[in-house]
Design a protein around this ligand. Structure first.
Ligand code: SF4
Length: 327
């Protein structure tokens, strides 16, 4: 595989532009957490001078860039992470080509279109070519939507399967055909049978750095039927929209209020019994916990993670108690 084709992304961006340019999108979060030793990538960043008090996702992204020799990175400097700007400056100082992208706080169509056009120029593609690419990716998103709808209406979609399917669409593995195979395989694993009176959970907040969280929920008799942020990353809600509108309807990078509206709707339509609010150590988004608790009328458990690895004993006990309480 030609490494020069890879473009790292620090979070979801309009990947249609990358594919239209004949390049391969690489979600840096996915290659970090999918690494056989993600903790080592965090340590690599710390040896390079990243402080202990920096979020492990940021350090892991840096480690993944170094490990995989990524030479170009699109970083979202508005709407995602307060630390991305500094990360890009470090990367630039080390010779990585950085392309900033912003989801404008205004959420105005014209402002977002200006940003998309700017990114298109940087990649040497036209907006129209990206629209054509979107039509192709939307075929895959339709498969993802079927999986998500099955999770919404029944209990035949295992927690892991829903999470992996939605997250796969953040970068389509850089190879949409490979992603299609995964989605088709996952669709075939959905069982139509009622698997029992599972407790239905939703998970909101940034994706957990704890890979065993979904298995733990399943083992306790709970099924995660709503994955807020991976679902947003997938843009399955934007299939009927044009490129700009799809990313304008994307709730994650704008203010919390649209996110809250969406979560309230999902709690009702998916008949959720409880919510896990995942927060990351040293992340400014932890502040949203209060607003979630004020707005949502169902039990919420806030789970905090720091470094990649299995759930610690104290968190395990808290999750067990939460599920037991819901039961
Ligand atoms: S968890 Fe928070 S601090 Fe860490 S990368 Fe994501 S937005 Fe940034």
């Amino acid at each position: 595989m030609d490494n020069a084709l890879n473009i790292g992304i620090t979070t979801t961006v309009p990947v249609e532009l990358i594919f239209a340019a004949g390049r391969r999108a690489v979600d840096l979060n996915n290659i970090f957490i999918g690494d056989e030793n993600p903790a080592a990538l965090v340590e690599l960043a710390e040896r390079a001078g990243f402080p202990q008090s920096t979020c492990a996702w940021i350090k892991g992204i840096y480690g993944a860039i170094r490990q995989h020799g990524i030479r170009e990175v699109i970083g979202v400097v508005e709407g995602d992470c307060a630390e991305t700007g500094a990360l890009l400056e470090i990367l630039q100082s080390e010779g990585v080509r950085v392309i900033p992208f912003a989801f404008p706080h205004s959420r105005a169509t014209k402002d977002l279109r200006r940003e998309i056009d700017r990114l298109a120029d940087s990649l040497g593609v036209t907006y129209e070519a990206a629209e054509a690419e979107k039509k192709k990716l939307d075929e895959l998103r339709l498969l993802g939507r079927k999986i998500d709808e099955a999770a919404a209406t029944g209990d035949g979609v295992e927690s892991n399967l829903l999470f992996d399917s939605l997250l796969a669409m953040s970068d389509f593995f850089g190879e949409p055909e490979k992603c299609r195979e995964l989605l088709q395989a996952n669709l075939s694993k959905i069982t139509k049978e009622n698997v029992g009176a599972k407790i239905r959970l939703g998970c909101v907040g940034v994706p957990p750095i704890l890979p065993d969280l979904w298995d733990l929920c399943e083992n306790l008799g709970a099924r995660v039927a709503y994955q807020e942020i991976p679902r947003q990353f997938s843009r399955i809600d934007g299939i009927e929209l044009d490129l700009t509108e799809s990313y304008r309807e994307y709730t994650y990078p704008y203010d919390i209020f649209r996110r809250l509206e969406e979560i309230v709707k999902m709690v009702e339509t998916r008949r959720l019994n409880g919510i896990i609010h995942y927060v990351q150590s040293f992340c400014h988004r932890q502040l949203h916990d209060r607003l979630l608790r004020e707005r949502l009328r169902l039990p919420i458990l806030t789970v905090e993670g720091d470094r990649p690895g299995n759930i610690d004993g104290r968190t395990l006990t808290r999750i067990e108690a939460f599920v037991e309480q819901l039961g």
